[in-house]
Write a protein that binds this ligand. Structure first.
Ligand SMILES: C[S@@+](CC[C@H](N)C(=O)[O-])C[C@H]1O[C@@H](n2cnc3c(N)ncnc32)[C@H](O)[C@@H]1O
Length: 267
């Protein structure tokens, strides 16, 4: 074990032998919870596409706007699937700043992400983290954390922000969550695609095959299908920076932007 692998943010027993999407993304966002193998993959991705860190930053900015939008619609409980390693503007921070009573359950299958979330949330009675595979919908929906914090009889904000493209089979998973949620619940997602120039390079998916998290980019129609049973809110499915940008100046050419983003309400 290297000194770095002995760091206090690494949970005992965590398998660090393969790089993870959570730690690669943390590195691309300028975080400190990553190891040399993760950074090595991130650098390979940057060599293929030097603007990949911009894609990550715009994704994170969409997450914050999505949470604020849902708060504006009266949503006070969030289920954040594939929540990642805590970084600037976490869901509970954005939500509880506007509504201190807002409740959040974070779900990730990566032990570093979950351990760090648990530590951050230890004094927060309204937010918890769960280590689970998001495709195990029963384990998530019947978890103690969901049971304690979320009332599934009332609208929930379901967040799947850069989750879907890690799942080989995705429609059934999203449908199972939809069926468990009350009408008036929302689905907010971003999803990697090859439809635009910035990430349209097969070497991106090839590079990720050396990690725990393989990727499956999808077309516009395939991403739209994930909103089955939801009505997309305006402006529909866009790319991440272009979904209700805070400032007109933030609008980005979709070819540069790279990720589909949208929010739908369960009808
Ligand atoms: C790129 S990060 C995104 C983090 C956060 N949602 C955001 O957008 O800022 C993707 C996260 O999805 C998680 N993930 C991938 N597949 C998953 C699965 N099957 N179940 C739970 N989490 C998963 C990874 O561990 C990683 O933390």
């Amino acid at each position: 074990m290297t000194d770095e692998e002995d760091a206090d943010w690494i949970p005992a027993g965590a398998d660090l032998s393969r790089p993870s999407a959570a730690r690669i993304y943390d590195y691309l966002l300028g975080g400190a919870h990553n190891l040399e193998p993760d950074r090595e993959v991130a650098r390979r991705l940057q060599a293929i596409q030097p603007r990949v860190a911009g894609v990550a930053r715009r994704n994170r900015a969409f997450l914050r706007r999505a949470v604020r939008y849902l708060l504006g619609q009266g949503v006070r409980q969030f289920l954040d699937l594939g929540s990642g390693i805590p970084t600037v503007g976490n869901v509970h921070e954005v939500a509880q700043e506007a509504a201190p009573e807002a409740r959040v359950v974070y779900v990730d299958h990566e032990p570093v992400a979950v351990a760090h979330s648990v530590a951050l949330l230890k004094d927060n009675p309204h937010a918890e983290a769960l280590e689970a595979d998001a495709t195990d919908t029963e384990a998530v929906l019947k978890s103690e954390q969901v049971h304690r914090l979320l009332d599934l009889g009332r609208p929930v904000g379901l967040l799947a922000i850069t989750l879907g493209h890690y799942l080989p089979e995705v429609r059934g998973v999203f449908a199972a969550y939809r069926d468990a949620l009350a009408p008036g619940s929302y689905l907010a997602l971003t999803h990697l695609t090859n439809d635009f120039a910035v990430l349209n390079d097969p070497r991106v998916a090839e590079t990720m095959r050396s990690t725990q998290d393989h990727i499956y980019p999808r077309s516009r129609d395939e991403v739209l299908a994930l909103f089955d049973g939801f009505e997309l809110v305006e402006p529909g499915l866009t790319t991440s920076a272009n979904w209700r940008p805070d400032r007109l100046a933030a609008v980005v050419d979709p070819e540069e932007d790279g990720l589909y983003a949208g929010i739908g309400v369960k009808v």
